[in-house]
Design a protein around this ligand. Structure first.
Ligand SMILES: Cc1cc2nc3c(=O)[nH]c(=O)nc-3n(C[C@H](O)[C@H](O)[C@H](O)COP(=O)(O)OP(=O)(O)OC[C@H]3O[C@@H](n4cnc5c(N)ncnc54)[C@H](O)[C@@H]3O)c2cc1C
Length: 410
């Protein structure tokens, strides 16, 4: 019997354990927390956006190797993910470009996975924090936890990232990999709110605005996104901000000048606004702006542009205000901490991992899966899809010695 240890009982650990379990393999998942899949339960605000809806995958992944993700995402693609969960017995539906369990409960994904893993004979041991993985001269490993030592022929490292510590996020995986000779790239929070310098805008906390967000690093456009922005007491948040946040975090790390340009009227035609302006008999500044923006924002914009309530806005002044709201500049001073990040940018350097099998190029018999790797996806099901795709490859190849084509029905 080939003994396979899966280090970490999260999304990638579940997927790799499922595919590693064969009649000729013994698979044990070691999970540090009291329950496996804690982070999975929190995904998609508890609803679990388990993949993206498009059948034409938009490869929104970043990390050291730009094409590292390709083999995994092509082998176990979005369609295959949906098929896999259907075979697990799960009904799904599509919402806002994402795929969710029909129950809209992440718990459905966790329960089905745990049921099927147990049914297959995968052992899941909780409160088993791995503290060391020692390769043996004769091949195989000793896997040391805080209270025990296991022997394994193969180890799949799926300890996740440092994001969201209360949900099991930690640095253990990076340290274990480093001890095994695997370099880890700089880790920064990603899919995370941003702190901004302009305190006047902090007063808008609680307000939401449609916005196109463009990120500039030392004056150069680095990323953009469009959606609903959330104003907060420290800066800006919402998916639209998350999408550009990893670039902001890396820019800050490199001591670059990080600026956000907000277009607060992204879908609105300027001519249309002018036509509305021209129709008004009351051209007082506060009246004109209150028809376009929420009260609090209208008042702030007025203040920012130096106009006063009661002042009559000439067409040029109205146009001046429109120019400001189509390129409102904010200075990014930081990201919120790892605790508030959905994922991390950075992780195990993929240059030393075989993209087709997820096996280490340094330590034979050691595999990786999920967010522990230096791969981060956009918001919208991309990170769980990476956990499923990489977990599949790691599990499949951990169980199979031949390093050829992946069987389609494996
Ligand atoms: C609030 C939130 C919402 C999110 N929503 C979505 C979403 O809707 N869609 C999406 O695609 N992505 C989402 N993500 C990201 C997604 O959850 C992760 O990318 C994904 O869970 C990564 O899977 P993983 O298995 O690599 O890591 P994890 O799910 O973090 O699993 C790793 C496991 O390893 C365990 N572990 C760590 N160290 C040790 C050790 N030393 N010994 C034993 N066990 C250890 C941890 O306790 C953990 O259970 C969200 C993340 C957060 C925080």
């Amino acid at each position: 019997m080939k003994r396979i240890i899966v280090a970490g009982g999260g999304a990638a650990g579940f997927m790799s354990a499922f595919h590693a379990k064969r009649p000729d393999t013994e698979v044990t998942v070691l999970e540090a927390q009291e329950k496996p899949g804690k982070k999975l339960l929190a995904t998609g605000s508890g609803k679990c956006n388990l993949t993206y809806a498009s059948r034409e995958p938009v490869l929104s992944y970043r990390g050291t190797g730009q094409d590292f993700t390709e083999a995994a995402l092509q082998t176990f693609d979005q369609e295959r993910t949906v098929q896999f969960f259907e075979e697990l017995g799960m009904l799904m539906h599509e919402k806002n470009g994402g795929v969710y369990p029909y129950t809209d409960q992440a718990q459905t994904v966790q329960t089905l996975f745990l049921d099927v893993l147990r049914e297959r004979g995968v052992k899941i041991k909780t409160r088993e924090r791995i503290i060391d993985i020692l390769p043996q001269k004769k091949g195989g490993f000793f896997v040391k936890t805080e209270g025990w030592q296991y022997e394994a022929d193969v180890v799949i490292l799926a300890c996740g990232s440092k994001a969201a510590q209360t949900l099991g996020g930690c640095e253990d995986g990076y340290h274990l990999a480093e001890k095994l000779g695997h370099p880890v790239t700089e880790i920064v929070p990603a899919l995370v709110p941003l702190k901004t310098k302009e305190a006047a805008f902090h007063a808008l906390a609680g307000l939401r605005s449609p916005a196109k967000v463009t990120l500039f690093l030392d004056g150069k456009k680095a990323a953009e996104s469009e959606g609903e922005l959330q104003w907060t007491s420290y800066g800006i948040s919402g998916i639209v901000v998350f999408q550009v946040s990893r670039f902001a975090a890396l820019g800050l790390l490199e001591k670059k000048n990080v600026q956000i340009s907000l277009n607060l009227l992204p879908q609105v035609n300027r001519q249309h606004l002018l036509a509305i302006y021209q129709k008004q008999t009351n051209k007082k500044a506060e009246h004109l702006l209150s028809g376009i923006f929420p009260q609090k924002l209208a008042a702030l914009l007025l203040k920012q542009t130096g106009y006063k309530a009661g002042e009559i806005l000439q067409e040029e002044s109205f146009l001046e205000i429109l120019s400001l709201v189509s390129d409102l500049r904010l200075t990014v001073t930081g990201t919120r901490s790892f605790e508030y990040a959905q994922v991390c940018a950075g992780g195990i350097d993929t240059a030393f991992v075989n993209a087709k099998t997820m096996e280490s190029k340094k330590v034979p018999g050691l595999y990786f899966a999920g967010e522990i790797l230096d791969v981060d996806g956009a918001c919208g099901g991309y990170n769980l899809q990476w956990a499923w795709s990489s977990g599949y490859l790691a599990g499949y190849y951990a169980a199979n010695d031949q390093k050829g084509q992946v069987e389609q029905n494996a």
